[in-house]
Design a protein around this ligand. Sequence first.
Ligand SMILES: Nc1ncnc2c1ncn2[C@@H]1O[C@H](COP(=O)(O)OP(=O)(O)OP(=O)(O)O)[C@@H](O)[C@H]1O
Ligand SMILES: [Mg+2]
Length: 464
Amino acid sequence: MSVARRTTILVADDDRSHRLMLTTMIQDWGYAVMEASDGGQALDIIRSKPVDMILMDMRMPNMDGIEATRAITSYNPSIAIVIVTAYSSIPTAVEAVRAGAFDYVTKPMDFEALRVLMQRALEHTRLREENERLRGQLARLQVPELTGTSPAMRKLLEMIALVAPTDTTVLVTGESGTGKGLIARAIHANSPRAQKPLVEVNCAAIPATLIESELFGHEKGAFTGADRQRKGRFTTADSGTIFLDEIGELPLAMQAKLLRAIQEGQVQRVGSDCVVPVDVRVIAATNRDIEKMMHEGLFREDLYYRLNVFALSAPPLRERVEDIPALAQGFLAGFSKKSGKVVKGLTPHAMDLLLKYAWPGNVRELENAMERAAILVQGDYVSRAQLPLALQVLEEELDAVLPDHGLEQSVSTDANLAAIEKQAIFNKLRQTGGNKSEAARRLGITRRTLKLKLKKYDLDTEPD
Ligand SMILES: Nc1ncnc2c1ncn2[C@@H]1O[C@H](COP(=O)(O)OP(=O)(O)OP(=O)(O)O)[C@@H](O)[C@H]1O
Ligand SMILES: [Mg+2]
């Protein structure tokens, strides 16, 4: 049986009574504690025992805090170091932070602040390790096309890595243009079926009357115009993957037939009496609210659950603003190469607009904007004038509420006001990394009011 190791804090301080005081308090907080009376001893301990965090005094004999910080971070950078220092030596503490310490606290200590800082330091380390782990996983994933390192994107890539090697049916949901097609391709490419066909069927593009024969094939003479036998897409995808895009558009009658084919692993050609076994992995995608469709009787419940064995949702671009620069640069490089131009990038001003815009059309909209920009651009950099009007207008709306322009002259309608308010909220949330309390504070409203507004503007994505 394995017992979870308790988080261990090493207290390095040459002042015995101070050390004792810290030790007692930290033990009270539920951590395991070890002690060292100088930097050298601290170094010895971390070399022999697992330590999560060090609370380190700045001035110690033999090896002082800075020197110890350097030695410890180069030995094991995942140990969080919090420096304890007197006011008089803050500059040295800052130097220690530059050398790799997480942060510093000043003596005399505010214990509650120390406790919060320690939690933050530990959380930071945990996240960093998590990132390293994910990076390792991603290196093994082959999805060169899926750009993005935001937390939302990493989470998604992690899920893809988990589900790809299996035969599990996957339902990919997400707004239009979020990359559902790419996700399906990434799953196939990272599956044992990668060398076998990936057959894509856009359910919205095939007339209802033809979809059955399209999916399952037909016999010669099965219907008017069927002048020869035809293989269906399921058969073409045999031993590979079938990607049923826009599954929400599938007529109810077809849903029943599809369910049967998936459940039984066999298909029946239109006009044929016999069934043919197929070995196909199914990935489906939709931008419709399929659960709602199910409740409204527009989508079969049994098929929904059959498809939704593993659900993946593609995050909208506005929820991963961090990815915008890399995506924009990537698209721009691709399109300018095609048109034989050398475009170095975007002006800071133009990039700023990309970051502020809410991208209702998601990555596809960004891609189109960059394609257009690559055509219009004259010099080395894409500037504001080469961006779509929606982005240029956005800036005027924001400008209009800046105090020095005066409020009266600018805002004409309620709709305008709402748009500006929504954008302001969106910006603050982005600036604060999604911290609602802080965003509310900066907006000068209560957290409760912010929550109500988030609901109103449909920006509220997480449950309470
Ligand atoms: N993470 C990404 N990195 C790079 N390109 C992306 C990414 N996500 C989407 N794209 C690009 O954006 C465009 C739209 O993606 P895709 O067609 O997969 O979206 P979708 O979710 O299937 O949209 P729809 O619901 O409208 O079919 C594609 O050209 C795709 O290559
Ligand atoms: Mg698509």
